[in-house]
Write a protein that binds this ligand. Sequence first.
Ligand code: ADP
Ligand code: MG
Length: 573
Amino acid sequence: MKYLKKLIQKIDQRGYKAYQQLRGSYDFEDFTLYLDHIQGDPFAAPSKLRARVMQEKAKFSPGLFNTKPRRIALQDYITRAFSQAINNLSLSKTGSGKSGLLHIDCGRQHILERTSCTVNQKLVEVCFYAGLPARGRRIMGRECETLLMEKIPKIISLSLFYSALNKDDCINYIQVCEDQVYLRKQLPNHNLVAFIANGSILPRRSGVSDKPLSLEDAVPFKSPPQLEIELTAPHKGKVKGMGIPPGITLIIGGGFHGKTTLLEAVKQGVYNHVPQDGREYVIALKNAVKIRAEEGRSIQKVDISPFINNLPRGKNTQKFSTPNASGSTSQAANIMEALELGTDLLLIDEDTSATNFLIRDPIMQKIVPNNKEPITPFIDQVKNLFKQYKTSILMVMGGCSDYFEVADQVIMMDTYLPALVTNQAKQMIKNKKDKRNNEIPGCFGAITERIPLPESINPYRGNKKKIKSRGISQITFGLEDIDLSALEQIVDSSQVNAISEIIYYALKNKYIDGSLTLSQCLDKVISDISTGGLKVISPFASKHPGSFALPRKIEIGAAINRLRSLKVVQKKP
Ligand code: ADP
Ligand code: MG
């Protein structure tokens, strides 16, 4: 610590390059400060720092982190405390560029495994960023000293020691997270694919905010009596709510009555939410996938023949490739790729689907002869899909009653509250005159796995590795841009950051080797992450790894599937 102080005084007023001398580790009284990477100039990405406190001093008892869900929740909580402490300091800019800035990668409404904090029996460590102060390119020694010797130690003292935290709040945070993990694991035992607790607040504040709508404005969720089930969570105890059983479930109702809001909440139920989010007890199977149409995406040798056949000019749909998919072919491919990666629940909203993929009405069936219509609409395959692969479907369908015939449950949203109307719906369809011709094939057909070819995935631009993620919807990978905007279950830009490095990791470790299927490659990466921690995917795993949050296998695969240079071979059945 004293040495660091001397160093800073020595380089005061010198050119920015002299900051490189600070690289190293420094023992403070209660913690060690690591300056792992020093930025090249005040406008560059801020410097990477770590702070480590030994457990003898941090004093987090093992009960707070001795299971994986607990550890992830505690790490997340500490990260937020650190971030809060930064905000409370209300730092003002002290020079040019990013001078004086402090930042830690921190979640919002979700609790995700991330690299920003590590807790184990030995230590607590956070990875963060600081902009080392300068005026122009001249080092501001005094400001640097305040930042490193006063502000940062203050933030550390407020967040990395158990005694500094609000204990009840911290324990509650861990318990709420643990409950969600437990309930998600329990779903199959109760024969459910999703659960929405009574009292949940599903609507969000706005189209651009993931925070809950205020309690005055939101109608809390209440299960219809016929679907109400009581589950028991380890900490919260008994929780009542709506259970959605396996099979085909429709959500119907008038426009603006809350159909999409319900589906969206279930879609996010694959993740754990923070206390007070309103969706803490909205739980879905962890491999649930939201499916949508995605015009213009590229598709590589996906077998979409369960849905599409007899394309014009005899284009093969068992190995369907295109650089520019249509609404219906993209939706078909999105389903087949999700099945390939092991989904057991598909979430579909009429708002984001291709109409001709979902349905074809009786008159249309008459006017366009079968051999001129390549699409077997989803309605004619949905039962086969469940029968053959046990994949459930939860679907918003307010515009067409034809689905009543194939539905196992029909839930009607009325002024934001659900009612079970299966019997009425089935009755009505019986009396319907103009019935559609069912075009149901004998079975759903095969789900063909694909093997990605390593030579088609190139992270280099010239001879320089070029991998960059931007926000939650774009990755630059070598010469390519991957568009992730249709992947609605990516919730954090650090997940995108992780996805981009994971593709490189899978390549570098020869998991993508031309013989393993996409699913097998990803399983290998995921297994490495569970043994070595998420930081294994970083090129700087032993120091400050950068900002990563754990994505799901489904989204990693989806990103690879959207790489336009991708080439695959289908696995022989
Ligand atoms: P639909 O899909 O049925 O047309 P949406 O789910 O898009 O309707 O909801 C319409 C509007 O109602 C949205 O602005 C949404 O935020 C709001 N909303 C949804 N559920 C609730 C609720 N439980 N309480 C209050 N407002 C809600
Ligand atoms: Mg809607």
